[in-house]
Ligand binder design. Structure first.
Ligand code: ATP
Ligand code: MG
Length: 492
């Protein structure tokens, strides 16, 4: 029942009972003092009872509510107002309970999300600290590297520039970072000072990534520094290029050492050649009997001396060639000669050796091509190729062939010898490279022949390469030489 109705009913029934009691007393008792005193006493008692009932119904509840709401206000959101009946105060109590419950759950979820935010914040600050530490470590590492390390983005803008890069280029990291690498890194070929290709851009645009030696770098001071350069590209997980790292190394000291080594080899070889030639001459005089009859016991040892002397002279000559190639002092005397003559001369020189091993040595070239080259060097190339074929062929044949290709003629030496594995083929053109498994019982070489021959061919405008080789089947080595232009005197 509603509170107002309850109060009205209580008051009406109280007043009714008071009037009824007064009437009864008036009827029952004849004494005037009783009749006068009774009504006020009944009214007083009724009022007291009514006050008690009304107080019980309203004021005590309000005081209880006041207590409870003060608890809630002090932050005790677990407080629950006890609700009896269905009057307005009870409804108010239920509403307050619902309000407090909602408030408590909102507070709880707010506290939860605040908690996770705080956790995230802590994790973030830890990650940031870690990144800072890593960055500091990387910077220390980069600054302690003696090579210039330059990081560029996809567009070629410098993002990273270590201390060595500053020293090399003369640009401070403050000047370099944000600038295009083209304004800071200028490379030229060491040989002729012509501008080097833009290797960095080639790498950034997805082209080849390689190490480039034999370069010079022009720093801010314009004082050229010999350098080697290598580029690495940075890609994302999908393989898209994000940028690159250029490493530049100052090779001044290395170049000085190389020069000293070349000079030493050159001088030593030159100085060795004279006494070696004298020994060779004396030996041939001994064999010709200029110093009298040779004792039979001495013949074999003297032959060994002669062979070793030949090898030493070959080695000294090879070393001189290498030192000339590397110092750029190699001289070429370009003349014209029919290729067939060159082939004939080399085959007739090596024929006795081929006959000794019962190997057919010949040429199937019948053309009349005129080559335009240093003829002695072409002979040296062919001599080395046929010599190698003879060394590494035990049965079968060695055939020289040739075919025209634009302004060059390709000369091939085909043998049916040991063959070379693909792995070993990659090493053959390095200096002193020999395949150890082939050496057993074969005349010793220096491992310089192919290197020298290829350099000769390249410097004359051609090249030299392994056209084909298979283990156990044989090899084909091919070199190319320029021809006298067609219309002049070239015929095939
Ligand atoms: N035709 C061939 N068949 C098999 N192996 C070969 C052939 N030609 C060259 N090689 C291998 O390549 C190596 C290098 O040849 P290269 O001509 O450079 O040196 P070399 O003949 O050993 O010495 P040099 O020519 O300086 O006297 C040889 O030692 C050999 O192992
Ligand atoms: Mg050789």
């Amino acid at each position: 029942m509603k509170l107002s109705k309850k109060l009205a009913a209580t008051i009406v029934s109280g007043v009714f009972l008071a009037v009824l009691a007064s009437l009864l007393i008036f009827i029952i008792f004849n004494y005037i003092w009783i009749r006068i005193l009774a009504p006020p006493i009944i009214i007083g008692i009724t009022s007291f009872v009514l006050w008690k009932i009304i107080a019980n119904l309203t004021v005590s509840k309000i005081i209880y509510f006041d207590d409870m709401t003060q608890k809630i206000a002090s932050g005790n959101l677990g407080t629950n107002i006890e609700v009896k009946g269905s009057d307005e105060l009870s409804i108010l109590g239920s509403n307050i309970n619902a309000l407090v419950k909602n408030l408590a759950s909102a507070y709880q979820s707010m506290a939860n999300s605040l908690g996770s935010e705080i956790k995230k914040g802590r994790e973030l600050s830890q990650t940031l600290k870690q990144i800072e530490r890593e960055k500091a470590r990387l910077e220390t590492l980069l600054s302690s590297i003696n090579d210039g390390v330059i990081g560029v983005d996809r567009s070629g803008k410098i993002m990273l520039f270590n201390m060595a890069a500053s020293k090399l280029t003369g640009f401070s990291s403050f000047e370099a970072i944000g600038a295009s690498y083209k304004s800071v890194l200028r490379f030229f070929h060491e040989k002729d000072n012509s501008p080097a290709p833009d290797f960095i851009w080639e790498a950034l645009s997805g082209g080849s990534v390689k190490r480039n030696d034999q370069l010079v770098m022009l720093p801010k001071s314009n004082q050229a520094i010999p350098v080697s350069q290598s580029i690495g590209v940075i890609t994302d997980q999908l393989g898209n290029i994000l940028g690159g790292v250029v490493v530049v190394r100052d090779v001044t000291y290395q170049r000085q050492l190389d020069k000293m080594k070349d000079e030493f080899v050159s001088v030593a070889s030159h100085e060795l050649r004279t006494p070696m030639t004298a020994i060779k001459g004396l030996l041939s005089m001994i064999f010709e009997g200029d110093f009298g009859q040779i004792n039979n016991d001495l013949k074999d040892p003297l032959k060994d001396v002669a062979t070793s002397t030949e090898r030493l002279i070959e080695l000294v000559n090879d070393m001189l060639d290498v030192s000339r190639i590397e110092s750029g002092r190699l001289k070429f005397t370009i003349t014209e000669a029919p290729l067939i003559e060159v082939i004939r001369e080399v085959t007739s020189l090596l024929e006795p050796l081929a006959n000794e091993k019962s190997i057919r040595l010949g040429s199937d070239y019948r053309g009349q091509a005129i080559i335009k080259a240093d003829i002695n060097k072409v002979k040296e190339i062919l001599n080395n190729l046929v010599g190698n074929a003879l060394k590494f062929t035990d049965t079968g044949s060695i055939t020289i062939s040739a075919e025209l290709n634009n302004n060059l003629i390709y000369v091939s030496v085909v043998d049916t010898g040991l063959g070379i594995s693909p792995e070993d083929q990659k090493k053959l053109f390095s200096k002193f490279s020999q395949i150890s498994t082939q050496e057993l019982g074969r005349p010793k070489g220096t491992g310089l022949g192919l290197y020298i021959s290829r350099e000769f061919a390249r410097k004359m405008g051609g090249d030299l390469w392994i056209a084909k080789s298979q283990l156990g089947q044989g090899s084909t080595f091919t070199f190319s030489v320029p021809l006298v232009p067609v219309g002049n005197s070239t015929h095939l």
